[in-house]
Write a protein that binds this ligand. Structure first.
Ligand SMILES: [Zn+2]
Length: 488
């Protein structure tokens, strides 16, 4: 990954080809499609309305899922006292290097008595507060979530994937038993999987992280890993089981049914604006974005074609005749009346990845039909205006499905089974993608893979298939089948 030059704020004229330079292509597309931009403050991004609308679609879908299973949203302060942040030793060890601090305030820049951390995540302050609301087993479970932004002072920046501030949801739950907390962690991973696959059309590998990749302070971490079109994996959501670690550090206990004090079992989980970057990298092409219909801010765009005022009136009247039907069918539809040539409008909406386009000229109006073009196949077909709403709903569903299948084919074509470290090193010199390998479970072997295969890491353990054969590094009997990849 390259450090982006934030001085290059001039408007991008053309998109770099994906095959020429994926990183530049990615940035070009995001900026030219008006999804996001740098703010002028290093590492801090602005999410523009077109990108934010995609994030909103994700947030609505996920918020509905968690509400359905009894979770409640609340809000915590942006700033966390130092004393709270450092209580859980592993947690602060993990986050310490990325924390930004507020040390002064007011007109005279008075030093604060105690520095305040800008939250990198909120386990610590939530743990500190929630103990007030938990006394008995009857108060459990506490199923909570907050939508906010957090700050992690990263050295490298990349729009949506890595920025010093990003937007996300952080779920925090507290339970009376370990089993219930572990079930929660799995439930949420299932929701995340649905967001990735059903909404963003990105197939994911779902499973457990290795100990070295586990979230700071967690007992274990579940993850989703998607494959981007440059062959790199992207972590698309994580769900953590803390056991009693946080409850012990923050003294969160309850009286159980036997009237004894017991520490709570807790979880946390998050997805972020990174998912918007994922849909760009998983589906885009040389012409720009391809947005999955379910999260597309505009699902269908109509480009009217006319020469004069008379032609325009005719086309407009025709469009008015069925635009309402699209609206009542729940389709996000826009008519592009801007004063531009049709060809430029086509390029504009292709770049923005709008799934379906309708070209409508005077002759179409007379014939009572429209020309339908889809962003994936680019084939043009004439479709009768009668029943257009229903037809487009079907077309959008088919588009969503096709996009997922295309991504799945890409992943299948870029997944291999390997058995030795030498094979892994040779493979990742030439290619990306996922490689399944047998691993003994030893951290030293994991470290050697990373060191010798140029930063390749174990993305997830296979939750389904048992390991067979020998560890690819040491030759001892394998304990796990694991997916290797280079990752963002
Ligand atoms: Zn080994």
């Amino acid at each position: 990954m390259k450090e982006e030059s934030e001085e290059q704020q001039d408007f991008v004229k053309d998109i770099t080809k994906m095959s020429t330079d994926f990183d530049r292509w990615y940035t070009d597309v995001i900026r030219k499609a008006e999804m996001a931009d740098w703010s002028g403050v290093r590492g801090l991004m602005v999410v523009r309305p077109y990108g934010w609308a995609m994030w909103e679609a994700i947030t609505r879908a996920f918020d509905d899922m968690i509400k359905e299973s009894g979770h409640e949203n609340w809000a915590f302060p942006l700033l966390i006292p130092r004393e709270l942040l450092v209580k859980e030793a592993e947690h602060i060890e993990g986050f310490g290097p990325e924390v930004a601090w507020v040390t002064q305030a007011g007109a005279t820049k008075e030093e604060l008595e105690e520095p305040l951390a800008v939250r990198p995540t909120s386990e610590t302050i939530i743990g500190h507060i929630i103990r007030r609301y938990i006394q008995s087993h009857r108060d459990l479970p506490k199923l909570t979530n907050q939508w906010n932004s957090v700050v992690r002072w990263e050295k490298r920046s990349r729009l949506f994937l890595r920025s010093r501030e990003f937007w996300w949801q952080e779920g925090h739950t507290f339970h009376a038993s370990a089993q219930e907390a572990m079930d929660e962690v799995s439930l949420i991973l299932g929701y995340y999987r649905s967001i990735a696959e059903d909404w963003l059309a990105v197939p994911v590998l779902a499973g457990k992280k290795t100990a070295s990749e586990t979230f700071a302070g967690a007992v274990y971490t579940l993850t989703l890993e998607g494959l981007m079109r440059d062959g790199l994996a992207l972590q698309m959501g994580t769900s953590h089981y803390f056991g009693q670690n946080f409850a012990r550090a923050y003294d969160i206990s309850f009286s159980n049914k036997e009237n004894e004090r017991e520490l709570c079992y807790s979880t946390s989980w998050g997805i972020s604006t990174r998912l918007v970057g994922a849909l760009v990298m998983a589906h885009g092409d040389d012409s720009g974005l391809i947005v999955p219909p379910r999260v597309a801010p505009i699902q269908v765009v109509t480009v009217p074609i006319f020469r004069d005022a008379e032609g325009r009136a005719k086309v407009e009247k025709f469009i008015d005749g069925w635009a309402g039907e699209l609206k009542s069918a729940g389709i996000r539809h826009r008519v592009d009346w801007r004063d531009e040539r049709p060809g430029d409008k086509y390029a504009h909406w292709e770049l923005k990845g709008v799934p379906l386009r309708l070209n409508v000229g005077a002759r179409d109006a007379e014939a009572g039909q429209v020309e339908l073009v889809d962003r994936l196949s680019r084939q043009r077909v004439s479709v009768p205006a009668a029943g257009l709403g229903r037809r487009l709903v079907d077309e959008l569903e088919a588009f969503q499905k096709k996009l997922f299948e295309r991504a799945l084919e890409y992943r299948n074509a870029n997944t291999v089974e390997l058995s030795t470290l030498a094979e892994v090193v040779a493979h990742f010199k030439e290619r990306g993608g996922f490689a399944w390998v047998p691993w003994c479970g030893d951290a030293a072997c994991e470290e050697r893979i990373k060191a010798e295969a140029g930063g390749v890491t174990i993305r997830t353990l296979d939750p389904d298939e048992k390991a067979s054969g020998k560890c690819l590094v040491c030759g001892q009997p394998a304990k796990h089948r694991v997916a290797l990849a280079k990752a963002y």
